[in-house]
Design a protein around this ligand. Structure first.
Ligand SMILES: [Zn+2]
Length: 471
């Protein structure tokens, strides 16, 4: 289906190939081994509906998150609490925080004041979140929940923050409590399902997905997402139930029973090496073991719903890297390239948590290429050919709408622009850029605030260096 001769640089992609963020599939070219190339493209089949805001229920935005703080309980501490409330209302957030922290123990032990102090912490958290994201607000919600753990609004706000931050405190115990306090919410069940399929308890995960769907009737977007994920989990469960799993320190690798040990050992070696090397370069290590599923070629399609030509993918919804292998005949060099590239996507997903959708595709792919150290011979070739530059702003979202043939250029630009970014500003600043994107900054605002360069300037300067490197 996808035959490429190295001399034909910009062969149009077969019609109908679609590119969807997150669904990263490799094409295996018909090339001699030494010319092994990685062209990643994405399944032409309809993708499941996009997770609403990183799978945080959309309805959440409409639900009540702020608590009424207008009536200060009449206690001897009334004046003190009123003053703090006023600071919050005047947006003097750090002053309000200091005053809340300095409250005398007598206030916190007073039964009437205590829930009100929790309300103040909650509302302070919301304001902090609007300014600086959940990275900052989590602490305030945590304080609020410590004072009043029966308030569904507070616990939902805390859960939301934990979720966004990929905080391990969003554990089964916390979620069970949340289900009790907020029984009508789909979210705790969704988060529980997430934990369970992470622990590979797929059957239990499906139960919670069903419960989440029951509670999401008011939210068609969320419900269709849940239906798609549930179908996928069921499919994966049926395929993976006959697989064998082996764990190393940082990975769980599953493979078909008849899969040969040699490939499995190679895979773990490649992955552990990627873990160390890429982790050091990038300054981030995954917060939990990453699941890698090696499929026999014929089961891969059925299990992942991907087309015949696809050679691998990272599925962010299920947190799995999926690779088809052909046992001992699998080319190790190719395997290493695919695994390393997909590992970076998994790592970025872990790094950005629920906000990973905020990462522009050109940066996501660029970082995968730069950090994995992909060798893409055809990109070097394409460098010397005719290129119609696609503005990076067109390469931020899904690459579905790219005209045929533009995909090579897209990867070329993503790789080059990210290389320029790292060369000029260094990885530490790139990391700050990721923080800003995680806190929901636009790409333009993130560049402006973290690199002190407008998107336009960045684009122009990168293009100049790109053209220089081509001449
Ligand atoms: Zn990729």
């Amino acid at each position: 289906m996808y035959r490429r001769n190295i001399r034909h640089i910009l062969i149009p992609l077969a019609a109908g190939l679609a590119l969807v963020i997150g669904y990263n599939l490799f094409l295996r070219p018909v090339l001699p081994p030494h010319m092994v190339r990685l062209t990643e493209t994405v399944e032409p089949v309809a993708p499941p509906p996009a997770p609403p805001q990183g799978r945080w229920p959309e309805s959440e935005a409409k639900s009540v998150r702020v608590l009424d703080q207008s009536v200060v309980p009449s206690t001897p501490h009334e004046g003190l609490l009123e003053a703090i409330r006023d600071e919050i209302e005047k947006h003097n957030l750090s002053l309000a925080e200091t005053k809340l922290k300095d409250l005398p123990p007598a206030v916190l032990s007073d039964a009437k004041s205590k829930p009100f102090v929790a309300t103040l912490w909650n509302n302070l958290g919301l304001q902090q979140e609007r300014l600086n994201g959940t990275q900052v607000s989590t602490k305030a919600y945590k304080r609020a929940a410590d004072l009043d753990d029966s308030n569904p609004v507070i616990l939902m706000n805390l859960a939301h923050a934990y979720w966004e931050q990929r905080d391990r405190a969003l554990n089964a115990e916390f979620l069970m409590k949340l289900m009790k306090v907020a029984p009508e919410e789909p979210f705790p069940h969704l988060a529980m399902a997430d934990l369970l399929h992470e622990q590979d308890e797929l059957q239990e995960a499906v139960k919670h997905l069903d419960q989440a769907a029951d509670r999401a009737r008011q939210d068609p977007g969320l419900q269709s997402y849940l239906t798609a994920v549930t179908a996928k989990v069921r499919r994966i469960q049926s395929v993976e139930s006959r697989m064998t799993a082996r764990s190393s320190t940082h990975f769980v690798v599953k493979f078909d029973g008849e899969e040969d040990q040699g490939t499995w050992i190679s895979v773990l070696e490649i992955l552990e090496e990627a873990y160390r090397e890429i982790g050091q370069k990038f300054g981030h290590f995954p917060s939990k073991p990453i699941m890698v599923v090696l499929h026999a070629k014929d089961s891969f399609q059925g299990a992942t719903g991907s087309p015949a030509w696809a050679d691998g993918l990272y599925d962010p919804a299920l947190g799995r890297i999926q690779i088809p292998t052909q046992g001992a005949t699998t080319d190790r060099k190719w395997l290493a390239s695919v695994l390393r590239h997909e590992y970076v996507h998994a790592l970025l997903h872990d790094r950005l948590g629920a906000s990973s959708g905020a990462l522009p595709t050109w940066l996501n792919e660029g970082l995968a290429m730069q950090l994995a150290g992909d060798a893409w011979p055809e990109l070097d070739q394409a460098m010397s050919g005719d290129i119609t530059v696609i503005p990076l702003t067109y390469l931020e979202g899904s690459w579905v709408a790219l005209p045929a043939g533009a995909s090579t250029v897209a990867y070329l630009e993503a790789n080059s622009a990210t290389h320029y970014l790292i060369e000029r500003w260094g990885m530490a600043r790139v990391d700050e850029l990721l923080n800003a994107l995680q806190a929901k900054s636009s790409v333009a605002a993130a560049l402006e605030n973290k690199l002190f360069v407008s998107y336009e300037q960045f684009h122009r300067q990168w293009l100049e260096s790109f053209e220089r490197s081509r001449s």
